[in-house]
Every structure is written in C-alpha cells, then in structure tokens.
Design a protein around this ligand. Sequence first.
Ligand code: NAG
Ligand code: NAG
Ligand code: NAG
Ligand code: NAG
Ligand code: NAG
Ligand code: NAG
Length: 500
Amino acid sequence: MLKYLLFTSALALVTVCQEKNPNIVVILTDDQDVVLGGMNPMKNVKRFIGNEGTTFTNSFVTSPICCPSRASFLTGLHVHNHMTWNNSINGGCYGQNWKKLETRTFATSLYNAGYNTFYAGKYLNQYGVPNAGGPEQVPPGWSEWHGLVGNSVYYNYTLSNNGVPTYSTELYLTDIIRDLSINFIENQTESRPFLMVLAPPAPHQPFTPAPRHQGVFNNVTAIKHPNFNIAVNDKHWLLRMPPSPLPAEMIPELDKVYRSRWESLLAVDEMVADVVEALDSNSLLSNTYLIFTSDNGYHIGQFSQVYDKRQPYETDIRVPLIIRGPKVQKNTKNDQPILNIDLAPTIMELAGLLPPQSMDGRPIRFDAQNEEFERNMLVEYYGEGRDGTVDPLCPWSYDSENLAECYPEYDCKCQDSRNNTFACVRHIARRINKKFCRFADSENFTEMYDINNDPYELTNTIDQELPAVKHWYQLLLAQMLTCKGYRNCDNPLENPKVLG
Ligand SMILES: *[C@@H]1O[C@H](CO)[C@@H](O)[C@H](O)[C@H]1NC(C)=O
Ligand SMILES: *[C@@H]1O[C@H](CO)[C@@H](O)[C@H](O)[C@H]1NC(C)=O
Ligand SMILES: *[C@@H]1O[C@H](CO)[C@@H](O)[C@H](O)[C@H]1NC(C)=O
Ligand SMILES: *[C@@H]1O[C@H](CO)[C@@H](O)[C@H](O)[C@H]1NC(C)=O
Ligand SMILES: *[C@@H]1O[C@H](CO)[C@@H](O)[C@H](O)[C@H]1NC(C)=O
Ligand SMILES: *[C@@H]1O[C@H](CO)[C@@H](O)[C@H](O)[C@H]1NC(C)=O
C-alpha cells in the first residue's frame, strides 16, 4: 500500500512538472494552389501564422487529388500503401479498407494519448454518403465531430454533428466551421491539450464566396505565366488533346474562376484571424501550433488546360505550408523538401509521441535551416474515366468510359482519362531541382523537367538526358512505387555520379 502511494504521488509530481503538451490546429483548404497566387488573398494567414512562424517553400502532396491526398495527410502513407486510389468508394475513398486504416491516423494516436480532438468540414469525399455508412458514423479519433457529408459545397449541405446529421441551406459553410471552432476553443481548459482540424470547402468548385466578399476582386484576372494557354506537343496524350490553345473567348471564364477562388478564400482568412484571437483571449495561443496547408494545388489555363488539378505539374502538386508554434522560427522561409505525408508524423512528434515506422513520411525538422538536404519524393496519380461526365455531343464521347469531364462549354477539352495515370519522382537537393514522370499509357510516355532552369515546365528534356540518368530515375521510381515505411521510402537509391 505504501509503495503504491509513493508510486502515485511520484507520478503526480512528474505530471505536474512536465511541460504541458502543445495544442495543434490544422487548417486544410480544398484545392488551394500556391504557384498561381493562391495565397495572395490570405492577409491574416500571413500576419498571424507566416510572420509568427515559418513558410515552407518546397511543400508537395503525394497525389494531386482530394481524397487520395487527404488519406495521405491523415495516415502519413503513400497512395500505394493506403490504397485510396481516387475519389470513388470503389477506388478506396471511404471504402472498407479505409475504415481499417482510419483506426491508425494521427488523430487516433493523439486521442488515445489524452488529447481533446475536433474536426469540422470536408473529410474524405465519400464520408457520410449512404453507401459508405451514412452520416451517423463518426470516424475514430475525434471527440468532437462536424464532418461534411460528401464533397465540398458552400450551401445546402449536411454536417454530421457527432453522428447527428444536420441539414443546412443558408448558412455559409466556412462561417459555420469558424463558429464551431471558436465554441470548441472557448470550452478548452488548461488541463488537457487539444487537436483541431478545420477543413473549409474553399476554394473548391463552385468557388462561391460569402455574400460579403462577392465582387471584392472584381478587377483581378488570372495570372498568365509563360505557360498560360500555350499549345503543347512534348507532353502526354491528355495535354495534346484539342483545343490547344483554348479559344480566346474562354479566357474571361478562366479569369472569373480565378477571382471567385480568391473571393471564396477571404472567409477562410477571416476564420483564421478569429481562431487566433479566440486562442489568444483564452491564453492558449503561446502553447499552440497552427499549421496551414491545402490538399492539392490547381491549374487555370496552363498548357491550354481549362481548370482542375490531377496533373504532375508544379501548379497541381505544390501546396502552401505555413506553421507557427513554440518550437518554430518566426518570420522565416524554409526550403527543405516536404510531402503531406510528413504532417502525420510531425503532429505526433509535436504531441510528444513516437511516429510508427510504418508511416511513409518523416517529421519536419524545425531547426533545419540551410543545411545539406536531399530528397526524392514520390507523386502518384490514378486517372479516372467517368461515363456520366462526358457529354454525348463531344466527338470522343464513344470512348466515354475512359475519359472524364469533357463538356461542350469548354470545347470538349477533357480534364482526365484513365491513361492520365502517372508516377513521378520530384528530386530536390541544393543544386538539383528535377522531376521525372512516367505515364501508364500506350506510349509509356515520360516527361522530365529541370525546374531550376525551366520553372514553368515549358520543355520536356527527356530526349536530352543521358541514358544513365533516365535509367536511374526509372529504377528509383519503380522502387518508390512499392516502398513501405519511412526507412524504405526515403532516398532508397544512391545518386549516380552523373547527376553531380
Ligand atoms: C439551396 O437549396 C434551396 C432550396 O432547395 C435553393 O433554393 C437554393 O438555390 C440552393 N442554393 C444553392 C447555392 O444551391
Ligand atoms: C461547452 O460544453 C458544454 C458541454 O458540452 C456545452 O453545453 C456548452 O454549450 C459548451 N460551451 C461552448 C461555449 O461551446
Ligand atoms: C482594383 O481595385 C482596387 C480597389 O478598388 C484598387 O486598389 C486597385 O488598384 C485595382 N487594380 C487594378 C489593376 O485596377
Ligand atoms: C476508381 O478506382 C477504382 C479501382 O481502381 C476503379 O475501378 C474505378 O473505375 C475508378 N473510378 C473512376 C471514376 O475512374
Ligand atoms: C489514352 O486513352 C484514350 C482514351 O481511351 C485513347 O484514345 C488514347 O489513344 C490513349 N493514349 C495513350 C497514349 O495511351
Ligand atoms: C512499355 O513498357 C512495358 C514494360 O513496362 C513494355 O512491355 C512495353 O513494350 C512498353 N511499350 C512501349 C510502347 O514502349
């Protein structure tokens, strides 16, 4: 008995003396690019997270599409390991396999370690739909759950409030996420740390701004980098599809999409300011990490495409990543190469937990600055074919099973095809900034870019590369496509001498 008393009081002492675990707040936007000025409207994010923290300038996603990318974010796994291949249930998006994996996310780890956990907004695209278990199902790991049923929308949606479906017609979803978040923060006490994920719909299609932000960017037009609306002949099949370039009368439509995206982001920017203020006025801010990022990038008009993601180019695979918190340097830029699978192990480490070796990502090193780094990062995408999205009026509608999103209003320019299936190595080191991509199409089409010399990916250099270099990337890619776990997935092959 005495022994027991001694033991418990020692334990209490340890608990009291221990530094309290930090709170972690993640803001995950939907389809926000960083290459086309997608961070431009985010004044509060820059002021309250960027100036008070570190902006990571080489941040990528494992897959440029919502559901696979979100599955990577939650599990720290590459697409070939979580097997959420696309946005459909039969492609693994909230399917049976996911329900097993869902018991091993960073959220379940933090929850089991005593964190209060909160999720509000879009989760995996098929969450809550009838065939995926309905909105009564609350994913494990969340003590307070406000998951959006289905894909991003701004009005007329169902939120699962801790398993109780609640339909709303007129309340702007981003504002609801803000209100729920502030309520949650106001209810937190000093005794327990908390984790929050805020996942607003912006700037996803249909790009609906809050009424108070409509027209704010009336005079803004889409950014026109040198790769805007140019005809291509050295890229894969889908990009060579006509029309290329797009007809001039389509450009105002792209401008409209561009400015609507910015306007829809303003409510997110306000939400961030309000959340920071709530943390501050409840004396929680100094012990809280804030992580701002997106599930994938976006293109608008590049290489004569319309607007979407799903491509291997920088517009689509690069995402914003800004982090503030006790151990993070203030007002700093950091160019270490990061993948979204790094966030799960990073969050676990910040919470004082050991990330499992089965995770493919590795924790971000907040103290690393201008030291030698090198990383080969895997990006995977599995192209979709979707009958119902190919208009019968389009000339290639006879092949609609293998194509997706081809509409007459965009001159039948398709956004996806089954053979738009690719894997890339994104290679970054001090003097190397390359991309090697291979398509699973009838041509085994290969693209290579030297981003340092050609940031807009105007020239596919594959025919100018030394055979040994091509061979090395090919081997590396094959190895990475079957890798499992951080030790195995990170830089699995030595650089050949020819790369320098
Ligand atoms: C939401 O639903 C209502 C009622 O069905 C409809 O009038 C309104 O146009 C819808 N709003 C949007 C943005 O779809
Ligand atoms: C705090 O939590 C209690 C109990 O769950 C709830 O009744 C109350 O409304 C919450 N307060 C706020 C400000 O959210
Ligand atoms: C757009 O409008 C804003 C506010 O009215 C103004 O400050 C800005 O100079 C305008 N920009 C252009 C390019 O006209
Ligand atoms: C999603 O992936 C599954 C499994 O690979 C496939 O059967 C399905 O056709 C894909 N969905 C679309 C829309 O391409
Ligand atoms: C890609 O798929 C489309 C649609 O089935 C087909 O027409 C085209 O020939 C394919 N291209 C390549 C390079 O595989
Ligand atoms: C594509 O690669 C496969 C092996 O990966 C090979 O069998 C096939 O012949 C190649 N096709 C072309 C057109 O090069």
